[in-house]
Design a binder for this molecule. Structure first.
Ligand SMILES: [Zn+2]
Length: 77
């Protein structure tokens, strides 16, 4: 199981709402401050919901950005 600490090394998280197609970045560092680095990604997924239409979503996109998240560009489709 992946944890916040593991993902924060090389990845960014984006939540996607199926209903309104809204995409929002989920700040891993903020989550780690609140929940701790051992917090599993699966639980983040269970707690997601869209603040626009208030629908729950479990669509979480994990985007590779390279070590330290310093990659200037990344592809998103
Ligand atoms: Zn929505």
């Amino acid at each position: 199981m992946q944890t916040l600490a593991e993902l924060s090394e090389c990845f960014q998280l984006y939540a996607v709402c199926d209903q309104c197609q809204r995409v929002a970045r989920v700040d891993i560092n903020t989550l780690m401050e609140k929940e701790g680095g051992d917090y599993p990604i699966d639980r983040i997924r269970m707690r997601l919901y869209c603040t626009t239409c208030r629908k729950r979503t479990q669509a979480l996109r994990i985007v590779y950005v390279g070590p330290g998240g310093k990659a200037a560009h990344f592809r998103y489709r």
